[in-house]
Design a protein around this ligand. Structure first.
Ligand code: ZN
Length: 197
């Protein structure tokens, strides 16, 4: 069996550990985004209160920033009039889901024509904060599941690689040149005592 020099072995393992660490970071970012979405979704659909509201205006909102591929991101922006605790609020909010597909957001805007009435949700701690489409949006749930799943997959794969390819120190037999794992007392090739690493 040809011997792989310990330097090459160590370098190979280092590369695999770096790859594993990259995968772990990639997964961690996905987990973070997923839990942020999930927390937002949970907060709005479970903690915010429903209220009947009238659509004042609706339009497609274009993000002035571009995404990492230089493409435009769109959201539906809808302004609502509603009453909480005897006080009237006029608040605009953007859709929970954003899209690169302007047509998708135009279709959403058409679902909210001015004068129509919708049930929206408001933050009981600040009734000026509203959400009109997070609840019942399967896209939001799918996003949470996808981001959470990809995040878990990559963080675990990354961790496994980091652990599996951690470097073991090696010692070289002074009699025959065989490499052995540090801590072994005798050469696996010629049984000569190995130097203490
Ligand atoms: Zn030996």
């Amino acid at each position: 069996m040809p011997q792989i020099p310990p330097e090459a072995m160590r370098f190979g393992k280092l590369v695999l550990r770096v790859v594993g660490f990259g995968m772990f970071l990639f997964g961690a970012v996905f987990l973070l985004v997923g839990s942020w979405f999930g927390h937002d979704y949970y907060k709005v659909s479970k903690r915010w209160m429903p209220v009947d509201a009238e659509v004042v205006r609706s339009s497609v909102w274009e993000d002035p920033m571009r995404d990492s591929e230089g493409e435009r991101i769109y959201q539906a922006e809808v302004e609502f009039r509603y009453i909480v605790g005897g006080q009237e609020y006029i608040t605009s909010a953007r859709s929970f889901i954003a899209s690169k597909n302007r047509g998708q957001m135009e279709a959403k805007v058409r679902d909210y024509p001015p004068g129509s009435r919708r049930q929206i949700r408001f933050d009981p701690q600040n009734p000026g904060r509203i959400s009109f489409d997070a609840e019942g949006d399967t896209g939001a749930v799918v996003l949470v599941v996808i981001f959470g799943g990809v995040g878990l997959l990559f963080t675990s794969l990354g961790l496994v690689m980091i652990v599996k390819f951690r470097s073991k120190r090696t010692v070289q037999c002074t009699s025959c040149g065989q490499f052995a794992t540090a801590g072994q007392r005798f050469c696996p090739n010629c049984a000569a005592p190995l130097p203490i690493a």
